[in-house]
Design a protein around this ligand. Structure first.
Ligand SMILES: Nc1ncnc2c1ncn2[C@@H]1O[C@H](COP(=O)(O)OP(=O)(O)OP(=O)(O)O)[C@@H](O)[C@H]1O
Ligand SMILES: [Mg+2]
Length: 276
């Protein structure tokens, strides 16, 4: 079955600075793919290029086999929803109005919401427990409440592909698991294809079918979490020393970090300065 979203020989960057030098990746339909990597490794850049928010400097992105650059915006928005890392809401906009915008790719030319659109908005609010905020201006919500509203907006779009850049940022541990379990449920029940960035390696290992590890704009590991998560990889990419154990319940790898290579190298340098 052909990939719903694919990058071929993709390069991207900003103002002449190359960030992704050359990427080939095909997202698998019906899978949860999680991107991990250190700060600045190019995760958001890759997600933004895949969603056509940023134009590549070379190569192509294919949405259902067609070059995304040539597709009408409405068609792209019916296929793919993205939650950016730092979404911005218009000043004073209410939660309900923001989430309703997720239906714009589906409504007619007058932009009037049909019952089916209202039902999709209500469902997105129910799934994220945000109906209680409906009449509040988005900018009056707490960071975590706001994050759930942005997830609701992406869900209201009801696309087969969902791209999420750090969807659990700002959320407490209870709400983090609620969102990750919701995503897993939508993946299982509706065959939703998900590509998301997560920083928590253990959550990534637990919820991903496939992990893609980025380092300096390159894919340095790609596969099932239990096949690719090793102490060597985490030392090389993140500069941390970890123990890895198997989750007694799921068998997923669990990392227990115990030292930063950066700090231990500084300590070695510091000690040798004292001794000399
Ligand atoms: N709009 C921009 N203009 C110039 N440089 C940018 C821009 N956005 C990102 N960069 C640079 O591109 C590189 C990759 O950034 P990107 O946001 O893709 O990283 P990331 O892996 O998502 O990091 P994080 O985990 O911190 O979100 C960084 O060096 C960053 O400074
Ligand atoms: Mg980012």
């Amino acid at each position: 079955m052909k990939s719903p979203l694919q990058a071929q020989a993709l390069s991207a960057g900003y103002a002449g600075r190359a960030i992704l030098p050359h990427i080939d990746v095909a997202i698998e339909r019906g899978q949860i793919t999680v991107l991990v990597g250190p700060n600045g490794s190019g995760k958001s850049t890759l997600l933004r290029v895949l969603a056509r928010l940023l134009s590549p400097t070379a190569g192509v992105v294919l949405l259902d086999g067609k070059p995304i650059a040539h597709l009408p915006t409405r068609e792209v928005a019916r296929q793919l929803a993205i939650l950016p890392q730092l979404p911005q809401a218009a000043e004073g906009i209410t939660v309900a109005t923001l989430i309703e915008q997720g239906r714009f790719p589906h409504v007619g030319p007058l932009g009037l919401l049909r019952p089916v659109d209202r039902a999709a908005v209500a469902e997105a609010m129910a799934l994220t427990d945000t109906a209680q905020f409906a009449v509040r201006p988005v900018d009056t919500l707490s960071g975590g409440e706001r994050q759930r509203v942005w997830i609701a907006l992406a869900l209201a779009q009801a696309t087969p592909l969902l791209l999420l850049d750090e969807p659990t940022t700002f959320l407490d541990i209870g709400h983090q698991l609620e969102i990750l379990e919701l995503i897993t449920r939508l993946n299982r029940e509706r065959n939703l294809t998900v590509v998301m960035v997560l920083h928590d390696i253990n959550q990534a290992a637990r919820y991903a079918h496939r992990l893609i590890v980025l380092h300096h704009g390159r894919i340095v590991a790609d596969g099932e979490p239990r096949a690719i998560i090793t102490p060597e990889l985490l030392a090389r990419v993140f500069g941390v020393r970890v123990h890895i154990i198997a989750d007694p319940h799921t068998g997923a790898p669990v990392c227990i970090p115990y030292a930063s290579l950066a700090t231990s190298q500084v300590a070695v340098q510091y000690n040798s300065n004292i001794e000399s």
